[in-house]
Write a protein that binds this ligand. Sequence first.
Ligand SMILES: *Cc1c(COP(=O)(O)O)cnc(C)c1O
Length: 376
Amino acid sequence: MTDARIYLSPPDVSDVERKLLLAAFDSNWVAPVGPDLDAFEAQVAELTGVRHAVALSSGTAALHLALITAGVRRGDTVLVPSFTFAASANAVMYLGARPVFLDSTADTWNIDPDLVAEELRLRAGRGQLPRAVIAVDMYGQCADYEPLLEACDRYGVALIEDAAEALGATYRGRAAGSFGLAGVLSFNGNKIATTGGGGMLLTDDGTVATRARYLATQAREPVPHYEHRAVGHNYRLSNLLAAVGRGQVQRLGDLIAARRRTFRHYRTALGDLPGLTFMPVADYGEPNHWLTCLLVDAAAFGADRDRIIEHLGRQHIEARPAWKPMHLQPVFRDCVVRGGAVSAGLFRRGLCLPSGSALTDQDRERVVAAVRAVAR
Ligand SMILES: *Cc1c(COP(=O)(O)O)cnc(C)c1O
């Protein structure tokens, strides 16, 4: 008998979500409005401590609307970490603006606040300030918001927080998603909480929330006939999916606790192997441990990152390389990059291990045994 496949980060849904989904279905609120949508937004707003939450069809849609409300237009520049998922940069491209990629720090894997401050200073001197800065909370660990916000405030540049991976994480006691002009969450199937596909825009700014809602619903003017003064989008989340989200967010404490257990288990059971270094946990906050990632020093470990992934694959265990930086992606080959050696190194050596919240102790043991089997 072959072992069941262990996925990197599969959905973890329970009877709680099932009941809420079927109740929404039975109520016939099968539409992108309804009581579950309102309740889901209120629940996430309260959890993250923001005034407004707008549920959307994806995290990418939320990024797109966040950039529009920040005033990003054709020809503008937006600073983006190179070490991220492509969606962070794609949303900039949708608007005809250009991302400028900045490297990460080795001690957080997040955008380097010193590089951001330096780039803003240089660009201010040339009269070429970017319209916005996107910070990403990588693998569920917040970027360093104190220096980032200080630099952005000094030059009057909007900060957008891509917290797609970070629901439930904190920075100096404040919730991920609550920093800057607007924060973005994702409820894609692989994220810490899922609606099967969805996202949310978070903001304290009532004008931003109203504009995001308006643009997400085809930019309809509040009149009986269909009147449009702007190009809108169809970006609202369905009420049915919001019902699933309500259940996931109810269970968020447990979902995070399970991922933290996995992180601790791997760190304890693999920490003695030479050549493995876990992603550092910054002392400024609590990550949600969305994915447990580590760096592989091939010489010390006795095998490189790709050999580990191949070996795990043969054992029916899904592991992945860390994100390939945007400045190394063919689609962004013409974009400017500042630094890049750190993110290139994270990509070359970075390994993400199965981290789903439904992993059993037996699953974790299988992963550990498979990794140990590759070591010298
Ligand atoms: C998943 C993710 C997104 C996109 O979210 P979707 O809901 O899949 O559109 C954006 N940024 C980062 C960093 C992500 O990990």
